[in-house]
Write a new protein. Structure first.
Length: 373
């Protein structure tokens, strides 16, 4: 049976009116994504300014004070204690008062003047592994700059002058990497919530049976249910992308014409997954729990928190069928690198296959469920 544009239009009008008439639903659709982006943008941040540093200075010289000043002149470290006893440093780390401990030996100045190795000891609180790793990187850069600045004037220059430069994110700010990815997570969450809960709500209220026995075909029903969600998701994409650029200062170096097709494929996948969830859920609470049962593994296996290359091989293969992984690659590349279709064709092809497969499975499963009822 052919699809009637008139019936689809009327169902879309009904769905849009149902979404917008409730104040709480309007807040969920338009306000919650912005609030969540602000929360994630500030909270999901691996930069660690103000790291607690404890100093044990056995040298007590101008050079040792200059070294401590090199740490405190940055925003990354704050000295929480100074002593000349090794035990105080160990106690500070044991109590959690300090994350990093710096011990300067008695002959530190003499070693610098000779131009030889000047030993130092850095102690890190390994119970906070991520923080310790980042702090170690900061400390290493500070010590490298200090060593170059205090090399004796008569020494021969180092034969290799290594200069590093970070492309796309010169300040190595984690927010630049995380905020575009948060956009992808919020879009998926919105698609799953609006699709799965909307269909299950119709079933709970008994209106789904009325729609199924109406002249609407299954194709018209699904179009009427999904088109409003696509529209809402695109509006949310525009709003939170603008917020990322204007509020957080995330650069947008790519083209909207690249981001938009990727977003449409991603949204269709999210809608199809929402329909699948609705076919196996009898209540909204059930749909909500099933949705998060899918959402959490998708986030973990997307490369949002941990690099995919560090995962076991079997999980790396699983990420291939994860739409979140591919969309995060696209959105980060478009925002930060100005990536185009030529750079991202693998991600587009993967999302296209996933979207088509998910939608076909959702239509098949929904058709069987409707027939059974």
């Amino acid at each position: 049976m052919s699809i009637s544009p008139l019936r689809v239009r009327e169902l879309v009008r009904k769905e849009v009116a149902q979404l917008l008439r409730d104040v709480r639903t309007r807040a969920l659709i338009f306000v919650a994504p912005m609030v969540q982006l602000l929360m994630f943008g500030y909270a999901v941040n691996t930069d660690i300014p103000g790291t607690a540093l404890y100093v044990v200075d056995h040298d007590r010289s101008a050079a040792s004070r200059s070294l401590v000043d090199a740490f405190t002149s940055t925003e990354y470290f704050v000295v929480v204690g100074v002593s000349d006893r090794d035990g105080d440093l160990a106690d500070a780390l044991d109590r959690g008062d300090a994350v990093l401990g710096l011990e300067i030996p008695p002959d530190f100045t003499r070693a610098l003047d000779r131009g030889g190795p000047a030993p130092l000891q850095l102690l890190l609180d390994g119970s906070q592994s991520n923080t310790a790793t980042v702090a170690q990187g900061y400390a290493t850069r500070i010590l490298t700059r200090f060593a170059r600045a205090h090399a004796p004037a008569g020494m021969a220059p180092v034969p290799i002058d290594l200069r590093t430069r970070a492309w796309y994110n010169p300040g190595l700010e984690s927010r630049m990497y995380n905020v575009p990815a948060v956009i992808g997570l919020l879009i998926l969450l919105m698609c799953l919530t609006l699709t799965a809960l909307a269909v299950v709500r119709e079933r709970e209220f008994g209106t789904l049976d009325q729609l199924l026995v109406s002249p609407l075909t299954p194709g018209e029903f699904l179009l009427g249910k999904t088109l409003p969600v696509v529209l809402v998701a695109l509006i949310d994409l525009a709003v939170i992308s603008a917020l990322a650029v204007l509020w957080f200062g995330i650069p947008f170096r790519g083209s909207v014409l690249v981001l938009l097709p990727a977003a449409l494929l991603y949204i269709l996948t999210g809608i199809a997954l929402g329909l699948l969830i609705s076919t196996i859920s009898a209540t909204q609470q059930e749909a909500f729990m099933t949705m998060f049962l899918f959402l959490l593994p998708s986030i973990i296996l997307s490369g949002f928190f941990y690099p995919i290359s560090s995962m076991p091989r079997v999980f790396q293969w699983l990420t291939i069928v994860n739409p979140v992984r591919h969309f995060l690659t696209v959105v980060r590349s478009v925002f930060l690198k100005g990536g185009g279709f030529g750079d991202l064709w693998v991600e587009f092809a993967s999302m296209g296959v996933i979207a088509a497969g998910s939608m076909a499975l959702a239509l098949w499963r929904f058709g069987r469920t409707s027939t059974a009822r």
